[in-house]
Unconditional design. Structure first.
Length: 363
């Protein structure tokens, strides 16, 4: 009886073992069939050579290179106005004229006295040749002529003070002046700004002091024109570091030939310290874990983790100083779910991210 039980137990063990072996073989076959389909789908790009800039960003304010408030030096009634807010005037253009009739009359009187003094000096000089007059009388008349010349020059200045002209080429500001108004010395007539080039004042952190030099490119952006970049150059460096902000005040000249920028306007500034050619990749390709920065590179259908050293950043892009070459196929999607050695399948070119400026590769 017990032999029959042993025989039955042996048969059960053999049957169970065979089932396990068959199941393992079948599972292995299924795994082999399933492995190609389990590869992660990714997009890739090749690094590109591009111009990279080391920049310092700051904020500043604009002012005109030449800016004045025009005032009058004499009292008088306004008889002529050639103003207009926003109007461009040339150097020497007449802007305002005061009643100058009295000044003109005074000048004529002095000119008449000068003519008489010259005639007397000429007659005395002729008589002196015959010793009819003394040298002292001639010298006295010559002094009278010199005094009359000085008085005429003073009268001309007083007459010119009734005329307010543009001291330089620029744009006229607002004015509340009217014809017939009486003005006194010091009365502000209007403002005048030279706006062809604007002065942008901002500060550079102290740690960049050794890299800042005159002539470096400055790019400005204004909230009023968010889609435009205004370009200029660094023209002045401050002589003292601010103890409060630990920064150096600097000034740049920004081109403004179209007159869109105005004095007092806020502007963000980007100072280019250095330009160079370097490899860049989309910023989204870079993964950061603590102090480690790395990307995944497609290598014969397998993802390979590669440590990289990053440099300057641009909108959507980052410089790779070391770690990869231009021939490395960098993974830009799905890399956050990858481990080094995972199988991958590169998507077709049509599936590349539309916003990316790089051309995605496919297989």
């Amino acid at each position: 009886m017990w032999k029959q039980w042993l025989t039955a137990l042996f048969l059960v063990i053999v049957a169970v073992g065979g089932a396990l072996v068959w199941n393992k073989i079948d599972t292995g076959a299924d795994d082999e069939q399933a492995s190609p389909s389990s590869a992660s789908a990714v997009d890739t790009v090749f690094p590109e050579q591009d111009t990279v800039r080391d920049e310092v960003n700051a904020v500043g304010s604009l002012k005109a290179v030449d800016a004045v408030e025009l005032t009058t030096e004499v009292s008088g009634r306004v008889v002529e106005i050639n103003l207009g807010a926003g109007r461009r005037v040339e150097k020497g253009d007449l802007l305002v004229r005061l009643d100058d009739r009295q000044a003109v009359a005074n000048l004529r009187v002095i000119e008449s006295g000068l003519s008489d003094a010259r005639r007397q000096l000429e007659r005395a000089t002729q008589l002196r040749a015959n010793n009819s007059v003394s040298q002292a009388q001639v010298d006295e008349l010559r002094t009278a002529v010199d005094v009359a010349l000085a008085e005429r020059e003073a009268a001309r200045v007083r007459l010119d003070n009734h005329r307010i002209v543009a001291p330089f080429t620029g744009v006229v500001g607002l004015s509340d002046l009217s014809v017939g108004a009486y003005v006194t010395p010091g009365t502000v007539i209007t403002s005048l700004d030279a706006t062809d080039r604007m002065e942008l004042s901002f500060s550079v952190p102290e740690r960049f002091l050794g890299q800042v030099t005159l002539g470096q490119v400055v790019r400005g952006q204004s909230p009023a024109w968010p889609d435009d970049r205004f370009q200029g150059e660094l023209v002045e460096l401050g002589t003292r570091i601010s103890e409060l902000s630990r920064s150096l005040p600097v000034r740049a000249l920004i081109d403004n030939a179209d007159g869109r920028l105005r004095p007092g306007q806020f502007m963000s500034a980007s100072l280019t310290l250095r330009e160079r050619e370097a490899l860049v990749i989309p910023e989204q390709a870079v993964l950061i874990r603590g102090d480690d920065k790395y990307v995944f590179v497609a290598d014969d259908g397998v993802a390979r983790r590669t440590e990289v050293t990053l440099g300057s950043r641009m909108p959507g892009l980052v410089e790779v100083a070391s770690g990869i070459s231009a021939s490395d196929e960098v993974i830009i999607t799905g890399q956050d779910r990858l481990s080094s050695g995972d199988r991958i399948k590169v998507k077709d070119e049509q599936n590349a991210i539309p916003e990316n400026r790089f051309q995605a590769s496919g297989s």
